[in-house]
Design a protein around this ligand. Sequence first.
Ligand SMILES: Cc1ncc(COP(=O)(O)O)c(C=O)c1O
Length: 476
Amino acid sequence: MSELRAIAPLLDAYLSYFENHNLAFTIPGHKHKASLLDEGLGRVVDSDLPLYGGLDEIKLTNKVLEEAESLAAKLWGADWARFSTGGSTHANQALILALGKPGDKVAISRTAHRSVLSALVLSGLEPIWIFPELDSATGVPTGIPLSEIERVSELDPIAILLTEPGYLGTISDLAPIIEKAHTKNIAVVIDAAWGAHFGFGKAVPNHAIAFGADAVVTSVHKNLPGYSAAALLLVQGNLISRERLNQSFETTHTTSPAGAPLVSIDASRALLQLRGAQLLEDLVAHVSKFKVDIETVLGQEVFLALNDFAPGRFDASKLVLQTAGIGVSGVDLENTLAQRGIRVEMADRDTVVFLATLADTQEDFAHLTKAVIDSLLTLRGEERQVKVSLSWSVKPEQVITPREAYFAETVLVNRSLAVGRISADLIAPYPPGVAVLAPGERITETILDGLISTQADGVRIAYATDPSLQNFRVVK
Ligand SMILES: Cc1ncc(COP(=O)(O)O)c(C=O)c1O
């Protein structure tokens, strides 16, 4: 019996549908009985249920989605919430499309995800980049300093777009940033794709709505047990128009939302409400033990830790292993673990990120601990300097706007001729998907060499027209 069903209207609607006999002469075409056609196909699609004519009637008469969204808004202390089946990618795009009109300026953290940059192309908003501080010992971005917000506030952006937490779990000092922006009526919009668990109990930092952010986007499928591409958009205050938001949300969302992602957002909300604080405390305890167990065997610190950062500025559930100090390639560790059937979230030369969530058990951590220790003892080599990732350190020269570059006439040039040209592509190591080159930016020698050497270190360089990086698509 589902503990969450009584307080999760979409979960109740989903389970009720399958408890009642329905003869559907509607989409989806699998009719929940594709297994009659093929057992494999049936296993994939037969539990699929759409919103329209599934979770609710075709005419949405029961308003179950609205009810679930208002329960989510209430739990996070926001005024308004929408559930997306298109990930934080869609939620970011919908939100950014609602902010202003082509030509308006927005201040954006340079460590923004590609979905935020693609929203600039869609909306015609123009970026004023803001840059994080880097910790010299670890090479990790520690957040956007208040001085950056003071600098860009003078340039009259209509909004400030931040990515919090960053991919490595660090967080800017949000309260003074938001306060400063609000003195000039500038909206603060937070891409918290990796922070859906924030704000529930003392084990993790508070969420950005609690710090006064005007809007927050988060992926329920990343740090919570959500269905792939399930995302939540939360809004409060009066700096962002709900009418514009509803319009841009619907413009960019599918007209056939799948029920499972929506239900998983509702049920994850109910789980956080009932047991979030305890589950997160347990998770952080597992994560801390995992780190201690490994560092004890190695005799040195290898993980980013809470006390590396100011209070409240790091996600204690984040597992970031820095491999330079023990002379290991993060990509080699990734490959060694893969041979033992273990996948990691991200690996480059000097970093491995393991995603740990509420769904991981004590046994999972014990298994991972053993595999990581075995692998590291085998791979361990000479200590070397950390190479700061291009994703955190790039300082772009923007020549034309992302939208101008996107729609410009373009040509593919050999990489020997690319330096000095204007990139038409967005190019990013993936993960984390942070652009090293955005459309409209000049290709420099540092960026070109950096991309090529990052690829040589075994990292996937994504979204380039020519993924081998032999040629670059540039503005004609
Ligand atoms: C900071 C950030 N924002 C947005 C996204 C996109 O999220 P989704 O995969 O839910 O579309 C990601 C994905 O990794 C991300 O890291």
